[in-house]
Write a protein that binds this ligand. Structure first.
Ligand SMILES: *Cc1c(COP(=O)(O)O)cnc(C)c1O
Length: 393
């Protein structure tokens, strides 16, 4: 794997080794296993004395191409492709946390990550403390003798809260804690947590990395030492990505930079438009001057991202009517697609939380989350305008 100076070039020119067919675009290696030359090579491969593919649950040329690119784009030493974003989140915790360990985690977190923390990890004796976004001092105050890892998401889903990566990274380093960042909303194009000392960077590749809503996938990236543990855990428990999905995702990375520039431009335009709107109570977008942490967002992100959250004045009733009135924008559970997608977190992704739990992470009943797509921004705004009018009737 050789590296070029710039993000775009690394995203395009990092490729699996060309075969004897001299293909220009990497083929799909649809094979479960690989053939050994002889007994000695088989022994050396299994002993880890020689690098090479053995079995697709361990590694595959397509998965390696995808991960080699992701490592260059995130600035990490190593990584492993996972079957989904949630496989990445779970493995990045399960490979490190032992019975009796404690996890510090941000309060505003993806719904399924919340379920892992509150429903699954406690079964294995792993406890957690949620840290409120409004109280950055709590990251240090809540550290216990048995705290092993800090896990956070910034910008958060769906509240678009921003956490200071430099601040938390310094605390993690000072106390010798593993620092794990879900970088799904920003993508490696907008934000690189490794710069702030993250040991583990986790991704749902299903979102902006795929960018066209076709496949489910994930990745764990990090230092050589941390990925060695991830690899041991994953090799024997089996959350490997399918070579077809990594082939798709590696191609998608070739256009990540141009897509993200446009997602961010459209999202900022929509956010500015909504902020002036008389029917809108509040708009959240990391690069809007009104965002409570806009300074931190500008310090650690290249652009504000493709997600906008807003609250209609009419609460849950108007919110539901608004979604039912959209004509172009899709009403769907995904995000990061070329097609704009609207969602209602309170009744979908975060419905398993109690309304108190939702309120504590800023998910009000009328909150609408828009994944701003690559359609012309005036068509996106026009659809939102007509749905807002219809929702008032
Ligand atoms: C979607 C998402 C996940 C889960 O990823 P899947 O690919 O759906 O398993 C995790 N974290 C965040 C922030 C997400 O948006």
């Amino acid at each position: 794997m050789s590296a070029w100076k710039n993000f775009e070039t690394n995203a395009i020119r990092t490729q699996a080794e060309r075969s004897h067919q001299r293909e220009h675009s990497a083929p799909i290696y649809a094979t479960s296993s690989f053939v050994f030359d002889d007994a000695e090579q088989a022994r050396a491969l299994f002993a880890g004395e020689q690098e090479g593919n053995i079995y697709t649950r361990f590694s595959n040329p397509n998965n390696d191409e995808f991960i080699d690119k992701m490592c260059l784009l995130e600035g990490t030493e190593d990584g492993m492709a996972m079957a989904s974003g949630m496989a990445a989140m779970f493995v990045s915790m399960a490979a490190f946390l032992n019975q009796g360990d404690h996890l510090l985690i941000c309060r505003s977190i993806f719904g399924s990550t919340h379920q892992i923390t509150t429903q699954l990890l406690p079964r294995w004796g792993i406890s957690h403390t949620y840290v409120d976004i409004q109280q950055p001092e709590a990251w240090e105050k809540e550290i216990r003798k048995n705290t092993r890892m800090i896990f956070l998401e910034t910008p958060s889903n769906p509240g678009l809260d921003i956490i200071d990566l430099e601040l938390v990274g310094d605390i993690a380093k000072k106390h010798g804690l593993l620092f794990n960042v879900d970088n799904c909303f920003a993508t490696p194009y907008l934000q690189n947590p490794a710069k702030y000392g993250a040991d583990l960077i986790t991704h749902s590749a299903t979102k902006f990395i795929d960018g066209q809503g076709r496949v489910i996938g994930g990745a764990i990236l990090g230092t050589k030492a941390s990925i060695e543990k991830v690899r041991f855990f994953a090799r024997h428990t089996g959350p490997a990505m399918s070579p077809f999905n990594s082939w798709i995702l590696s191609k998608s990375l070739e256009t990540l930079a141009v897509r993200m520039d446009k997602h961010c431009e459209n999202a900022l335009n929509l956010a500015m438009h909504l902020e002036k709107h008389q029917d809108v109570l509040l708009v959240k977008y990391p690069f809007l001057p009104s965002h409570p942490n806009v300074e931190i967002a500008k310090k650690q992100m290249k652009l504000g991202g493709g997600m906008v959250s807003f609250e209609l004045k009419g609460g849950i009733d108007q919110g539901r009517k608004f979604l039912d009135s959209l004509k172009m924008i899709s009403f769907s559970a995904n995000l990061g697609d070329t097609r704009s997608i609207a969602a209602h977190p309170a009744s979908t992704t975060h419905s398993k939380l109690s309304s108190e739990e939702r309120a504590s992470v800023g998910i009000t009943d009328g909150l609408i989350r828009v994944s701003v797509g690559l359609e012309h921004v005036s068509d996106i705004i026009a659809d939102i305008e007509q749905a807002m009018e219809a929702s008032k009737k």
